[in-house]
Design a protein around this ligand. Structure first.
Ligand code: NAP
Length: 484
């Protein structure tokens, strides 16, 4: 079994703790994908020191040249696409086509931000005074801590690493302990692309130990975090004391509204894609279907037919639609919410059980689950499950649908299925979500546009798109008189 090191100051090294932890395949827990370093505070300090030492030269490297390392790494990743997708399916459980799609996205992100080396626009405006130029310049922040979750183990590290690096920062990346291999592959590609030593550092280990030590290290100038709302809230309180720049991307409770004019077959496909693909383990997954009363019965019938035809199993096998939950803890959370929903009076229409027998006994497989009779106050309508669990809610009209959709503390993504242009524009105007989709699932965003939520889903500047550079750089303002 392969053992994967930390990456500190241009070298793959073992943790000073002398300890490792296993990365286990959630579709087959007899298979250990690899062992990773259980890092300690000394490793964190070494990684931060290496990043600080490399920062000045990296910041002085022309941004176009910084971008070239990303282009080169993207080519190296592309040459190994299927292997990297397989790695991801083995460590996280999503199906191979989903995993290959995600690695492709990480490659596109590297290429896109490689191109940002030649953009990173600033601006010049007219002065009130004669012979004075007024313009802005950008400066990197310094050394940035990147903390990422397991559910997009390649794309999320990529969409933090690439803008951070091209803007001239050095980084310390801590990936999620459940899926550290996909991020390792990005780091490996940057190493093979000969990025200067210390510019990127990668350390694995528990969030409690490594994450805390990292965000408390005085070398860190900013933190970009994606993960649960609970961890994000605690992290924010901690780094706020030091007035660090921080960006938090957290949970969601994303609705899809289906209006009475919708094509029901199309709407059912959108709901299934949003709610169940990737085992519902997307921050942008749909967990609330808000359906206008006149179409409710017909849509539910279609939804159940389609859901029952989904194939669940090891995502490496062809024809599988839904892989396992990522680990025993997430599976238990999913099943606990099934119990809670039943206790609160929701009606289980399909799914709700752990799958067993044969290959299922070796993985964390759960049936895609649909509840009817969900009311806005129920926990299943308010709390993020992060599993393949969809709650159906009936709305008498568009106004009630909007009220239900906005009646949660989250605001990551939201969608509507309708051909009614007026309603669609009302929805776009009034929905409380950072990502708004029309006649598309709640999930499925593109890297060239800003990404992020509103309300308690997100805090700080947007990720992805040209706006990502804003988080990773500081604007300075110049007043220059060219005559004395
Ligand atoms: P998590 O438990 O919050 O972990 C996220 C990362 O934080 C992991 O690397 C984790 O390390 C680390 N961490 C844990 N405790 C920490 C601490 N005290 N200080 C610093 N870092 C710490 O989240 P997850 O279970 O990996 O991911 C699922 C969550 O992410 C869901 O809520 C989902 O909605 C959210 N998510 C949001 C977005 C978005 O863009 N809005 C995208 C994807 C996922 P360990 O792995 O070692 O615990």
């Amino acid at each position: 079994m392969e053992s994967f090191g930390n990456y500190i100051n241009g070298e793959f090294v073992e943790s000073k703790s002398g300890k490792t932890f296993p990365n286990v395949n959630p579709a087959n827990f007899d298979e250990v994908v690899g062992t990773f370093q259980s890092s300690n505070e000394t490793d964190v300090a070494d990684a931060c020191a290496a990043a600080v030492a490399a920062q000045k030269d990296w910041a002085a490297t022309p941004a176009t040249k910084r971008g070239e390392y990303l282009f080169k790494a993207a080519d190296l990743l592309a040459a190994k696409l299927t292997q990297l997708g397989t790695d991801m399916t083995r460590e996280e459980g999503k199906t191979l086509p989903e995993a290959v799609g995600e690695v492709t996205r990480a490659i596109n992100i590297f290429r896109y931000f490689g191109g940002e080396g030649a953009r990173q626009f600033t601006y010049q405006v007219p002065s009130e005074r004669p012979q004075v130029l007024c313009y802005t310049i950008r400066k990197p922040l310094g050394t940035v801590a990147l903390i990422t979750p397991w559910n997009f183990p390649s794309a999320i590290p990529a969409w933090k690493l690439a803008p951070a690096l091209v803007a001239g920062n050095t980084v310390v990346l801590k990936p999620a302990s459940l899926a550290p291999l996909s991020a390792f592959r990005l780091v490996e590609a940057l190493h093979e692309a000969k990025i200067p030593k210390g510019v990127i550092n990668y350390i694995t280990g528990s969030g409690g130990a490594v994450g805390d030590a990292l965000t408390s290290n005085p070398a860190i100038n900013a933190v970009s975090f994606t993960g649960s709302t609970a961890v994000g809230d605690a992290l924010y309180r901690k780094v706020a004391e030091r007035k660090l720049r921080v960006q938090l991307e957290m949970g969601g409770k994303n609705p899809t509204i289906v209006l009475r004019d919708a094509d029901l077959n199309y709407a059912a496909d959108i709901l299934i894609n949003g709610a169940f693909f990737s085992t519902g383990q997307k921050c942008t997954a749909c967990s609330r279907a808000i359906i206008e009363r006149p179409i409710y019965e017909s849509l539910v019938k279609l939804l159940l037919e389609k859901t029952r035809s989904l194939k669940i199993g090891d995502g490496l096998k062809p024809g599988i639609h839904i892989g396992p939950a990522v680990d025993a803890h997430q599976l238990e959370t999913d099943l606990e919410y099934v119990r809670v929903a039943k206790d609160e009076g929701a009606q289980l229409l399909c799914g709700g059980r752990r799958l067993s027998g044969g290959e299922f006994d070796k993985g964390y497989f759960i049936e895609p689950t649909i509840f009817a009779g969900v009311t806005p106050q129920m926990r299943i309508a308010q709390e993020e499950v992060f599993g393949p669990v969809l709650g159906l809610m009936i709305a008498d009209d568009f106004e009630q649908a909007m009220e239900i959709a906005n009646g949660v503390r989250f605001g990551l993504s939201a969608s509507i299925v309708s051909k009614d242009l007026t309603r669609v524009h009302e929805f776009i105007d009034r929905i409380e979500a950072g990502l708004i989709t029309v006649n598309l699932p709640t999930a499925g965003v593109e890297y060239q546009l800003p990404f992020g939520g509103t309300k308690e889903s997100s805090y700080g500047m947007r990720e992805q798109g040209p706006q990502a550079i804003d988080f990773y750089s500081e604007t300075r303002t110049v007043y220059l008189r060219y005559a004395q």
